[in-house]
Design a protein around this ligand. Structure first.
Ligand code: ADP
Ligand code: MN
Ligand code: MN
Ligand code: MN
Ligand code: MN
Length: 358
């Protein structure tokens, strides 16, 4: 797996098959989240129709091969929850995001969508909006960040953030392809930028309403991994891919409600932040693994064991954007989540802390 010669795509040869007529059938790629927070997928043929989650068949997979079920009761159901256009197969072909359900009908242990969907529904009148900033690092097949010298390190950070030019950014083709694929698929992607550490990039998804935040972010993650596969690159969402004086990777989570977005909204923003301060440890517990390597209080982070907030403060747990403070309403940014956190868990616990459990 770790060798470069496993890369065998022959795109020109493949082309003539991709334009063949599909004979009234479509291909539906079912996508789910495994026990380690990776996406998995498999495809099936369906008759050509307009599909919504409700009229798509429930399917299943072998959960014993993904760490999601024991071998003696291995079938896990795939329950369709969202449909997107397929930017790879084009035409009427679709991508189907699915929840994992056990054979007895209960949500699978790694299905974090189920509970969060209930919270979103219970508090729908608040009109919760989320915007997540996914940072990630592109690695070669030997797990070295792209463009880094074989032995040693690049020049110190500074020129790379939003960098333009050779020696400052790498693999822009992947970033651009991903951006376009998200737009085509129907993912609510709002932007991209090169990050502080060389070979690190970010994309933003949102604002999304309620449960759509998790759905769209997971679809965007799937697309990124699938596209990077074509380019022979690996995507790392480790929160501190390189130890030392190199920025880690986060999943900054921006949040607002109807009340916060209106004149006088700052008092609702402050009330929410106060509640977040009372449950810091509970949030950190679901904000990603290895996050202690990233939340050091340096490299634009707040310390993992201290809750703090401030206007325009990128060294705090919570940042109120300068523009929002100036106008007196808007949204706030929870800077604590790590790049490998689950967006369903993040958005779920924010709703629970601010509006109560269901
Ligand atoms: P940063 O300055 O922290 O790098 P970005 O521009 O990368 O900010 O990301 C800001 C995110 O905030 C975007 O995903 C955007 O969709 C989201 N956002 C903007 N307005 C709101 C809002 N009112 N409520 C929730 N999210 C919002
Ligand atoms: Mn089989
Ligand atoms: Mn950002
Ligand atoms: Mn960033
Ligand atoms: Mn941010």
């Amino acid at each position: 797996m770790a060798t470069t010669d496993s890369f065998t795509s022959n795109a020109p040869n493949l082309q003539k098959y991709l334009s063949l007529d599909q004979g009234g059938k479509i291909i539906a790629e079912y996508i789910w989240i495994d026990s380690e927070g990776n996406t998995r997928s498999k495809a099936r043929t369906l008759s050509e129709k307009e599909y919504k989650p409700e009229n798509l068949p429930t399917w299943n997979f072998d959960g014993s091969s993904t760490g999601q079920a024991p071998g003696d009761n291995s079938d896990v159901y795939l329950k369709p929850v969202a449909v997107f256009r397929d930017p790879f197969r084009l035409g009427k072909n679709i991508l189907v995001l699915a929840e994992c359900i056990n054979s007895d009908g209960t949500p699978n242990k790694y299905n974090y969508r189920h509970e969060t969907a209930k919270l979103m529904e219970a508090h729908a009148a608040q009109e919760p909006w989320f915007g997540l900033e996914q940072e990630y690092t592109l690695l070669d097949l030997n797990d070295r960040p792209y463009g880094w010298p074989k032995n040693g390190y690049p020049a110190p950070q500074g020129p790379y953030y939003c960098g333009v030019g050779a020696g400052k950014v790498v693999q822009r083709d992947i970033v651009e392809a991903h951006y376009r694929a998200c737009l085509y698929a129907g993912v609510n992607i709002s932007g991209i930028n090169a990050e502080v550490m060389p070979a690190q990039w970010e994309f933003q998804v949102g604002p999304c309403v309620g449960i759509e935040m998790g759905d769209h972010l997971w679809l965007a993650r799937f697309l990124l991994n699938r596209i990077a596969e074509e380019f022979g690159a690996k995507v790392s969402v480790h929160p501190k891919p390189i130890p030392g004086d190199w920025n880690g990777a986060g999943l900054h989570s921006n949040f607002s409600t109807k009340d916060m977005r209106q004149e006088g909204g700052m008092k609702f923003i402050e009330a929410a932040i106060e509640k977040l301060g009372t449950r810091h440890a509970e949030h950190i517990a679901v904000y990603g693994e290895d996050n202690e390597k990233r939340l050091t209080g340096r490299h634009e982070t707040g310390a993992i064991d201290q809750f703090s907030y401030g206007v325009a403060n990128r060294g705090a747990s919570i940042r109120i954007p300068r523009e929002c403070a100036a106008q007196g309403f808007g949204y706030f940014e929870d800077r604590r989540p790590a790049s490998n956190a689950d967006p369903y868990q993040i958005t779920g616990i924010i709703m629970e802390t601010v509006f109560g459990a269901v």
